[in-house]
Design a protein around this ligand. Structure first.
Ligand SMILES: Cc1cc2nc3c(=O)[nH]c(=O)nc-3n(C[C@H](O)[C@H](O)[C@H](O)COP(=O)(O)OP(=O)(O)OC[C@H]3O[C@@H](n4cnc5c(N)ncnc54)[C@H](O)[C@@H]3O)c2cc1C
Ligand code: FES
Ligand code: FES
Length: 482
């Protein structure tokens, strides 16, 4: 649907009547004439279409920059935001990132190079570790059919060492990067504030999307299924509503909950100190989910509402005993996450209802997640599972929750497997019983990702991995698999 939009593009204010459902990639290439942003897969996989998106940060205290796949980004999402493409970066000639790619022969046909340039420029701008591993991880979502990646990895490592002493706070770091030409100074001068949106960024209930228009979180799932959305759709941008992007503790003592709004992204979730307090060590599983540019925009609520049987965040949230708050004129209630799913890709969502908030008990729990996929990284799971529990003063496991995906039409809670562990001290026999119970409890189908028998066997192995992670040294893999 045509809508008034106001945003900044490569530093300049743009005010247009734009098709809010149109992928930004198409608008950039066809309307704005910025063809440096490339179209590769159109499914979020290749990173050729990356641009830098400036948006309000989670705390609401300032601006944050994230890499965004513009093939999965609605033009309407840009209202009140700011976008930088490779043309904006190259405003005053090749930048140090481009030079590093050139020196290391990391660009051959050049098709992937704009996306790689954006990802590495973001690496230098972002908070977080600045070591070589982080530099290489920043281009995990960029495919290249020419270089074999070694040269791109060398360029990433060289940049991490050349820029190792960058200041930590954002304004000083940005000034330092501008002084060294990573961002043209005139562009950098526009990178600390957002323009006023032309329309309020609200996803308030009572404004139901019409005519098949979706409620969108980040659009990282919906746009894969709707690569050319029909003109006239008017998405409800739930993920853009600042009121719905929050992580906060509610209540106190044993009844305290952690509330995560519908706009919370996968990256927000793993970065949150409050989430890490509930599930210590959970951040180690972040790299198993998608790529940096998908995690920056994908929401937890979208992961749940999409109702994929192998959704990774859903498996984690099930094991953390999540409850959902739905809101809308057609339905407003709180329910356990497991009750949200009615069947394959079917949920209780109806009418204008959305998932507004995800609630987790705030008490800390030992947590483990496992995922089996054809590739170690950047792949959808064949089977996934999460397990959480507490250990009482006598050393017995309490409040055990086991979840599993890819072994049924919906993400599952495995009650029998959990019961096999409940109240017992951690031991190989207890976990062997739980593994056997898990295999007996599920009824997977065979498909391209694996046969039913394979999935059952893998589930047992992944349960063994939970046991070894949560109780290191207590028993051996051989004892578990005997
Ligand atoms: C390259 C790539 C890799 C991926 N890798 C993984 C992976 O490793 N693991 C994984 O689990 N997923 C993966 N995904 C899938 C996807 O990124 C996630 O499921 C993501 O969390 C979806 O969130 P979203 O906000 O982008 O959803 P959207 O695309 O915005 O929405 C998905 C669905 O949920 C609905 N919806 C969204 N928000 C709400 C809400 N608040 N209330 C009601 N309905 C809502 C939408 O209408 C739509 O039907 C990948 C996707 C891509 C493109
Ligand atoms: S075109 Fe491949 S990620 Fe967008
Ligand atoms: S240089 Fe050709 S795709 Fe990367």
């Amino acid at each position: 649907m045509l809508k008034s939009l106001r945003f900044r593009l490569n530093g300049k204010l743009v005010e247009i009547e734009g098709r809010e459902e149109q992928p930004v990639l198409d608008w950039l290439r066809d309307d704005a004439g910025l063809t440096g942003t490339r179209e590769g897969c159109r499914e979020g996989d290749c990173g050729a279409c990356l641009a830098l998106l400036g948006r309000r940060n989670l705390e609401g205290t300032g601006i944050e920059w994230v890499p965004a796949a513009t093939c999965l980004l609605a033009l309407g999402e840009l209202d009140g935001r700011t976008l930088i493409t490779v043309e904006g970066l190259a405003g005053e000639g090749p930048t140090p990132v481009m030079k590093a790619l050139h020196v290391e022969n990391a660009s051959q046909c050049g098709f992937c190079s704009p996306g790689v340039t954006v990802a590495l420029s973001h690496f230098l701008l972002a908070e977080g570790p600045r070591d070589e591993a982080a530099a290489v991880a920043s281009v995990e979502g960029n495919l290249c059919r020419c270089t074999g990646y070694a040269s791109i990895g060398r360029a990433a490592r060289a940049l991490s060492s050349d820029f190792s002493g960058l200041p930590l706070d954002f304004p000083t770091r940005l000034a330092a990067l501008a002084a060294r030409g990573v961002f043209p100074p005139a562009l950098a001068a526009t990178m600390q504030e957002l323009p006023e949106p032309a329309s309020p960024a609200t996803a308030a209930p009572g404004s139901p999307p019409s005519g098949g228009s979706p409620s969108l979180g980040g659009g990282t799932d919906w746009y894969v299924r709707n690569t050319d959305p029909a003109p006239g759709l008017s998405p409800r941008f739930v993920g853009r509503d600042p009121e719905l992007r929050f992580i906060e503790t509610r209540g106190s003592g044993g009844g305290a909950t952690l509330a995560l709004g519908a706009g919370v992204t996968v990256a927000d979730f793993f970065a949150s100190k409050a989430v890490r307090a509930v599930a210590p060590g959970i951040e180690r599983f972040e790299a198993l989910v998608a790529s940096p540019h998908i995690r920056a925009r994908a929401t937890l609520a979208g992961n749940i509402a999409n109702a994929s049987p192998v959704a990774d965040l859903t498996a984690m949230l099930l094991a953390l005993d999540a409850r959902l708050v739905l809101s809308g004129t057609s339905d407003a209630r709180e329910l356990p996450l497991a009750e949200f799913f009615l069947g394959y890709k079917k949920t209780v969502l109806d009418g204008d209802a959305i998932i507004e908030t995800i609630l987790l008990p705030a008490a800390p729990r030992a947590f483990s997640f496992e995922k089996a996929a054809r590739r170690e990284r950047l792949d959808i799971a064949a089977v996934n599972t999460a397990l959480s529990l507490a250990v009482d003063s006598g050393g017995a496991m309490r409040g055990v929750i086991v979840s599993a995906g890819g072994v049924g039409p919906v993400p599952l809670l495995l009650g029998t497997a959990a019961a096999a562990l409940e109240g017992r001290k951690p031991s190989a026999p207890a976990f062997r019983e739980a593994m056997e119970a898990a295999r007996a409890e599920v009824a997977p189908i065979s498909d391209v990702r694996g046969s039913a028998e394979f999935r059952k066997r893998v589930l047992g192995r992944l349960m063994a991995a939970h046991a070894l992670r949560l109780f290191p040294g207590a028993f051996s893999a051989e004892e578990l698999l005997a």
